[in-house]
Design a protein around this ligand. Structure first.
Ligand code: DC
Length: 223
């Protein structure tokens, strides 16, 4: 049977990552944070002293992406976040990362080199472009203010100096850039379920998502 796919899309700091990790643990699925791919490309370009908006430099960095860099804690920095949304607008970068994501969903890596029965991919275009046939698609949102509050705490926990107004401004700029780009813009798939996490805690978000996944798994077993 084809591996099961849970596609989680939505804007920055809406809670996709936390939800993705919980779902992956609960179902024994592999998890791919696809934003980390774009962050790794953005960071590689910055570290090479190049401009993340330069299509040639960014596409070359995407083609040379070393999966080991996906664990670099610096990927979570504000600078890497900003660079990631610039490289993500470049078609050559998206094309280079497309196969990696498709392969992950088709053969989700599990422990001991074995495949898992499914995967959770979180990003912006999973339900629309990467896995349009995913049996579960959730578009996770939250108000810009709620997301800025969460991102501020994350940055402060990393020891970065940050102020709320600036973080909110960055979130809005990144939303606009991610939604306006011509290639695979951030948008919900027509058949995605919308989940607004502004006033929900992680347990409530997880319970709602679990219902959707359980229903889709039961439908697949019954099919
Ligand atoms: O989810 P994140 O903040 O780590 O994502 C970093 C950037 O990568 C974000 O600005 C948009 C981009 N991205 C994308 O274009 N497509 C994806 N599937 C995931 C992330």
């Amino acid at each position: 049977m084809k591996p099961f796919v849970i596609a989680l899309d939505g804007p920055a700091a809406a809670g996709k990552g936390t939800l993705a990790k919980r779902l992956a643990t609960h179902y024994g699925f592999a998890h791919l944070d696809t934003g980390a791919l774009y962050r790794a490309v953005g960071l590689a370009v910055l570290k090479a002293g190049q401009d993340p908006s330069d299509p040639n430099a960014a596409a070359a960095a995407a083609q040379a992406l070393d999966p080991a860099t996906l664990q670099d804690p610096e990927l979570r920095s504000a600078a890497a976040g900003d660079a990631s949304s610039k490289v993500a607008a470049i078609p050559g970068v998206r094309a280079a990362l497309f196969d990696f994501q498709r392969r992950f969903a088709a053969s989700p890596p599990g422990p001991d080199g074995r495949s898992c029965s499914g995967s959770v991919l979180d990003g912006r275009d999973i339900g629309t472009v990467i896995c349009p046939d995913a049996p579960v698609k959730i578009f996770v949102t939250a108000s810009a203010e709620a997301r800025a509050g969460r991102r501020l705490k994350e940055l402060q926990a990393r020891g970065e100096k940050a102020i709320y107004a600036r973080v909110l401004e960055d979130i809005r700029a990144r939303d606009a850039r991610d939604a306006a780009r011509a290639d695979a813009p951030m948008k919900p798939a027509d058949d995605a379920v919308h989940l607004d996490t502004s006033d929900l805690d992680i347990d409530q978000v997880f319970d709602r998502a679990r219902l959707l996944v359980d229903r889709a798994l039961a439908a697949q077993r019954g099919a």
